[in-house]
Design a protein around this ligand. Structure first.
Ligand code: SAM
Length: 450
């Protein structure tokens, strides 16, 4: 929140409270914040809302411990307490100004009757902040602001690394770039960035990947300011996501299906690595999201067959000519990208995970049917939960006599990658500072085309 008069500060707190209340009712952060797109304070509202969302599951128990009856508050007032507590704990604003602004925000929210309560609770939080948070922080799930079910799942899946993952979920990610190898080498682009006052470094992969390294900027910049962005010299893409295309090992002239393609980052990478010489089908069930694929390909000067269809329904789009390579970047819980989308911590429910896993298996099986004999399919997710990753591959292999898993030794894959029974897992914020990703390489042994 910027330092300014109480009017602006109160409005920012009130608008952020409304946005948070909407997210707590099930909207995504993007949906909730779109209601404030015309606000003169939209940048501050966004920063305060996302900061509060990131830390909500730590802030809420702290505030609740100061309330006699936490559950009886109107939703926006409960949200205002969390937003103001976030300012008290994580901003450098003078605490008294935040308390005053929160009391003014109560009026903007038309809940004047709650002014006394807001004032009393926040003043107590100012006075007892350290003790209050020390109590909350005894519990790792609360200290790292995760829902208990997710903290438990990650800690039990990754006993040695789970706590570090929970902590990494709250750290802002670096800005990572994929240099279009049809136009520049990453080293040359790094020089171009340095000349433009945007220093960065190359992120080297394991020996499995002679492919171009990612570029990590020292400090994030506006995307449009990147040299040659509009001319297609570079794209913004997490380094972990940049492993999908090399793993698929597509060669010029091949027929390739990207079965879940939008917004098109990995599809574009596949085309860049083969100098545009693929017969690439970029498929997605969401026609709206496919617009992003078209925009990305057009900016990069690349082309593909962009098809709106459900991959589970091949009769609607497939001409029965098998694909030599298939990428299944399946829809998932997104638990590997929480640092970019902290609302995932508030929106996901434990029962979503088996539902995602069932959908992933269906998509994987449908895509595999379209794979050529001897062809390769890469299954990937941005989840860190084995239930969506190796458990899906395990079930798939048990039901698919024509499938076999190719080995991807973790130590040759990427720094910090963990070997799973099938495939490899990158955990969020591991040695390579990537998002969390899972990759498994599968091959069709004899004809299982149907
Ligand atoms: C993780 S995103 C893909 C990201 C993309 N590969 C990239 O790198 O930019 C998953 C995508 O799967 C799509 N999807 C979900 N179910 C699908 C289905 N049954 N058939 C095709 N696409 C599907 C979603 O619309 C979403 O765009």
């Amino acid at each position: 929140m910027t330092r300014s008069g109480p009017g602006q500060a109160a409005t920012v707190l009130a608008e952020a409270s409304r946005a948070l209340a909407a997210i707590l009712s099930g909207q995504t952060a993007d949906e909730a914040l779109s209601a404030f797109a015309a606000s003169p304070y939209r940048a501050a509202v966004r920063a305060v809302t996302l900061g509060t969302v990131r830390w909500y599951l730590r802030l809420k128990p702290a505030v609740d411990s100061l309330l006699a009856r936490p559950r009886t508050l109107p939703r926006e007032i409960g949200a205002l307490l969390a937003v103001a507590a976030h300012q008290l704990e994580y901003s450098r604003n003078a605490p008294q100004l935040t308390v005053h602004a929160a009391v003014d925000a109560v009026k903007i929210l038309h809940h004047q009757h709650a002014s006394g309560l807001i004032n009393a609770v926040l003043r107590r939080l100012v006075a007892e902040r350290q003790d209050t948070f020390a109590q909350v922080d005894r519990d790792p799930a609360r200290r790292t602001a995760h829902p208990r079910w997710l903290a438990d799942a990650l800690l039990s899946a990754w006993p040695l690394h789970g706590l570090r993952c929970l902590e990494a979920d709250n750290v802002h990610p670096p800005m990572t770039l994929r240099v279009n190898c049809m136009q520049r080498t990453p080293g040359d682009y790094l020089d171009e960035l340095a000349e433009a006052g945007m220093p960065g470094r190359l992120l080297e992969w394991g020996t499995e990947f002679p492919d171009p390294p990612a570029v990590v900027l020292d400090r994030p910049v506006a995307v449009a300011a990147l040299p040659g962005f509009l001319a297609g010299r570079v794209s913004v893409q997490d380094a972990g996501a940049q492993l999908a295309a090399p793993l698929l090992d597509a060669r010029p002239g091949m027929r390739v299906l990207d079965a879940c393609a939008a917004p098109g980052g990995k599809a574009a990478h596949l085309l860049e690595l083969t100098r545009g010489q693929l017969d690439l089908w970029a498929l997605d069930i969401d026609a709206g999201r496919l617009e992003r694929v078209r925009e990305n390909l057009s900016r990069l000067g690349l082309s593909a067959h962009v098809v709106a269809a459900d991959v589970r329904d091949p009769d609607m789009f497939w001409d029965r000519r098998p694909f030599e390579r298939i990428l299944v970047d399946a829809p998932c819980s997104g638990t590997g990208v929480i640092r970019r989308h902290p609302d995932i911590k508030l929106l996901r429910r434990p029962q979503d995970i088996p539902a995602f896993a069932a959908g992933q298996l269906e998509i994987l099986e449908a895509a595999f049917r379209m794979l050529a004999e001897g062809g390769r399919l890469v299954y990937s997710t941005c989840s860190m939960l084995p239930a969506e990753n190796e458990a899906v591959v395990e079930r798939f292999l048990a039901r698919s006599p024509h499938a076999r898993a190719l080995s991807t030794p973790a130590e040759r894959f990427a720094p910090g990658a963990l070997a799973c029974r099938w495939g490899v897992q990158l955990l969020c914020g591991g040695a390579a500072q990537t998002d969390g990703f899972y990759y498994a390489c599968l091959e069709k042994t004899t004809s299982g085309i149907m």
